[in-house]
Design a protein. Sequence first.
Lengths: 593, 229, 621
Amino acid sequence: MELTTLTYLFVGTTFALYIGIAIWARASTTSEFYVAGKGIHPVANGMATAADWMSAASFISMAGLIAFNGYGASVFLMGWTGGYVLLALLLAPYLRKFGKFTVPEFIGERYYSRTARIVAVICLILASITYVIGQMKGIGVAFSRFLETDYDTGLYIGMGIVFIYSVLGGMKGITYTQIAQYCVLIFAYTVPAVFISLNITGNPIPQLGILSTMADGNTYMMDKLNLVVSELGFNEYTTQVMGSKLNMFAYTLTLMIGTAGLPHVIIRFFTVPKVKDARATAGWALVFIAILYTTAPAVGSMARLNLMNTIQTGPVGEVTANIEYEKRPQWFKNWESTGLLKFEDKNGDGRIQYYNDKNKDFAAKAESFGWKGNEMVKVDRDIMVLANPEIANLPNWVIALVVAGGLAAALSTAAGLLLAIASSISHDLLKGIFRPDISEREELMAGRIAMAGAIAMAGYFGLHPPDFAAGTVAIAFGLAASSIFPALMMGIFNKKVNRTGAVAGMITGISITMLYVFQHKGIMFIPGTSFLGDMSPNWFFGISPNAFGCVGALANFAVAIGVSKMTAPVPDHIQHLVEDIRVPAGAGAASDH
Amino acid sequence: MMFDALFGYNYTRRKLLKKTNSTVMQEFLSNPFPNKKELITNINIVSLDFETTGLDIKKDRVISIGTVNIEHLGINLESSSHQLINANKKLPESSVVIHQITDTQLTDAMSIEVALPILLKKLSGKTMLAHNAKIELGFINKMCQELYGSNFIIPVIDTQYLAQRSLERQNKISKSKELRLFNLRKSYNMPAYKAHNALMDAIATAELFLAMITKISPGNKACLRDFLS
Amino acid sequence: MEIELIEIRDFIALYPPFDVLDENALNTLPKKLTIRYFRKGSAFPDLTLNNRNLYIIRTGAVELRNQQEQLVDKLSEGDIFLAENVDDKTSNVIKGVCAEDTLVYLLSYEDLLLLQNEFDDFDRQFNFSVNERLRHAVELSHSADMRDLSAMKLKVSELTDRQPVIVDAVTTIQESAILMTNEYVSSILVTNNGKLVGLLTDKDIRTRCVAKGLGYNEPVSSIMSTHLETVLDKTLLSEALLLMTRNKIHHLPVMKDDEAIGILTTSDVVRHLSANPTLIATDIYKANSVDALKKISARLPELQLQLSLSSSTAKHIGEVFSSITDAITCRLLELAENLYGKAPVEYVWAAGGSQARNEQTSHSDQDNALIISDELQPEDEKYFENLSDFVCDGLDACGYIYCPGEAMASNPLWRQPLKIWVKKFTHWIHSPEPKALMLSSIFFDLRPVYGTFSLFTELQNNVLKQTKNNEFFISHMVGNALTHQPPLGFFRNFVMVQDEKHKNTLDVKHRGVVPIVDIARVIALDNGIKATNTVDRLDAAFKCNALSAEMHGNLIDALEYIGSLRIRHQAKQIRAGLDADNYLPPEELSGLEKNHLKDSFSIIKTMQYFFESRYPSARIR
């Protein structure tokens, strides 16, 4: 069957499935209590949580990042996994005990201050919108390929669909829908990986394939990849890092602690009523997340290998070893039409030369081959996962499946976030400050307008991408890490931090981080407005803007504690409240205070 | 009283006017009382209530006077007045409970020598209204005799008498309880006043009378004589 | 001013627009008034008065009619009416007739103008009052029957027509007796520092003083009844009657804002009792066996039919039926106590679900719970088991079938000492599992019916303390409240029930009434509101700003509208000899009614969307 038809079919079927499950789940609960609803099994719940957790960034971008950044991109793996564990162990139990789990509610109550609450809301909105940019980009990529249009059109269509999806409440909601989404998503991710792994290494399990020898049995796949990329002047795959060791560390830490503050993530820990089940759910979710995350390195490295092998068919330097542009494969043409892949015949030989022209040593060598610079002027890293099955010549239905999976991941996360943003703006800001007497209907309308505004904004930045999807998301985590996380931690673990301290800390943290990001990436990411180039020599201690969140967090901690020491102490009842949260749940609950 | 009525109160008034030397009494008696055949709507009535130290006219004293005027069947509250009287005598406890007037309040009150001429001026040429009027009449008469050596005369409407009469006309035996101001008002769906003082009772009596007029003469065509005791 | 006119001043100060006047203006106002009296049936206002006057109704009632003789307004106590100058022929003369003997205060137009000039607030209020009345008049002329006052609907305040006589606790018996004699009352209230502490009746003086040879100078506190049952002014007569018969008392102080405003006596009630549904309640208290109760409850469907024909509101019918269920429950408990003896320790029988919310219709399931004092000994457990079984079986025999979810006192889980209940609720609140949420309509809608109410109050205070502002718990409750959605499709079409038995009908209970009830419960728990009735909860929510004026009004209207259609549908079924259900075929509705019903559903939808967006996690189940 035609690929287009198949894609329509798969995307259509999966969406029909989600909607069907949503309707069925709602309808079946209308019965009376004597068919008492049983709790959802932790395994099922774990799947739903995993689906919620994995955004477009996880599904679409991570493998792409790994493909091009090699070992360095493992910060995303470590950061996001570590963040999940951190949240599950360090924050969730206490927030649950406190009875508040939306961050502004917690901060407003703990710091007994409306100002603190408002500052938290603003930080949260900034972080969330940044995060949505990443999702919008993923959606744009998926739609442009799916509908075979250019990326811009794909993004516009994606914006429209996200808006409708979010306003209708997002079919996320129902756990069963999310289970289905997880199934589609993981299937779409692993099936191509299995095929590719089989092709390249002969091992059907990608996690093992990446560590085994090539199908010809002589070299290890990793060695082969290292060889291929270094021959073309790229950094060696397995030793390539993102900046300095400190930067790697800071990057990982930022992603980890940033996770804690993002609303759509934190909510998941409170949808399970029983503490015991909540723990089991968190455990299972980790397992289901791990399935995708451990596959990602294999997908990334194999995709890179396939890409290189497609273009560079023989030994470097031989004229015929570079594929002729006219003979480029179908997938190349497909992605060219989206504008995410661009070829420019710089030396006019009709063949494609793809190499690292920034590497001075190799550039000189390339000159001698008659190469006039890297001719793959644009290879958007976000296309890697989606293009992977095509590159590997997998059957059309696998390609269609991946598109469906990507859309599932991106749509559910985007809808969840947009709903949270809408609620924050309409309830916390509008009703909380400007118009306390607003009616529910008006609040709802304001929420929808806010949602449309957020989508428009995210769409704008998606069209003028400051960075690839995961990179943008990293900034979101940085913003959350520098503002929300410290406020939460100190709220729980330091009863001496008062409202003035918390507000000063949050403002300092997010300001420093934003300033640093803007300084290097341009004000509001507008190209040309940066003070300093986004280059490692200009970085503070060699820490990249994406990784700077943890520095902001440190500043936040320092300022908050310092200011608290100098200003009025925390009222007694709040101190008791904080002490109370740390008593294990259940221990003191039944006693009468 | 019946005797007075028989001979006509204006006849008695003129007789008393000739006899008295008191200027207060002369002033009071010089204004003619309204004609019995006058329409009730046109009669100026003064509703009057006393609070006393007891019901024995010989021994007890008036301790407060409440009055309010009825003009054209409307109670004019602007004319309302309440005057405490210094009785120069310690109040017995039982009446304190009922009237809630304490001795201390009485000390800023007027003596009866000052208060009575004021009251007589108000009543001059008018018709007097009271509930169980013989108490009020008895006290005024006694005080006039003591202070001015003259008897007192005025056309009188008594709401208790009117109520009793109407019950008797329906061949019902009237119980004293039913004839109490409070219970009569209740039977006319009138509000219960909490306060128990001379002015509120005067007003309450006036309101009751307005209600009775509408019952006795629905078209307001009745004359004064239809109501006189 | 003459302090003696204080009563007139106080009366006027109660009502708009005069309530905005300052102390000084109020004090001088009575002197400017004239009092007039209008006999029932006489013309109003008095056309013989040539001046324009403002009429203030002191007592009585006036019906105002327009030139087409249509009733446009009814004036009663505290209402004002500006009588136009009779010479002014152009004015739209509204004529009135006194429906009752009416006492009015007149304020001359000149004095009115002075007040309007001097007090801006008064001027605004005055114009507002006049406009308000006009609007009201329009509404009145549209609605069919506003003066239907069956005895069941009467509030006790409408029966207590005089101020209670009050004495201080230190007053002697003799002084009190004199006062009672003078005031011609058979009972007086006793207060201590303004707080109501007791009630003294003729009988108390006879039995506790005279018969015992107690001195007449002892304080009344030594002989008064201190075990006081009171009712609120807005309590329904039917409920007050239950309380009186249940406790075998003849006097009930009527309270308003913690102040006694009257005493309701049995003779007051008897006066108002003719042939009406309240008799059922009295019959219940005369019943001496379960069989007798069963016979009485067989009359309930008929009663529902009658009430729905008398254009009673759905809320009112719910109140009536719930109080009857209360009565049957109480009677059963009394019978059980007669059978098994007095309870070894204190307990309270609490009703759950629709009965607790005062929203029952003729026959519903029974939901109840027993809260026992913590002093419960293991050997007493058998007693409460017997008691609960007796009552639950009795209720079932009376048509209140056993709760399918086993939420009944006969189930040992629902018959626990207070401390276990506290633990249970704490667990439910901290682990709101689906099963617990399903039962929330029962256990978060509890109302004490019989026994020691303080046990219940303690539990309720504890529960509300834990639920108030508890985002975690509330979001789970919201999730549960969203399970029932109005049957309105994307294109404003009705979504019909599909199963064979009720094909092509609308489930107005689960998809109309229940969503509102659920939402009201969530708001109540979130804001620590104690009320159980849905309308009361919404009112309280509005008062504490948890609900906007717009949504408050809309939800109450929607609830009443859907409720009234449901009642009408059930009445139709009862008349046809069928069992009443909640499945409304749209054919029963006119085009306009369909539209109104859709409006009501879309109000619910908006509210649910709102809650969904407020608690995004609620959608995740």
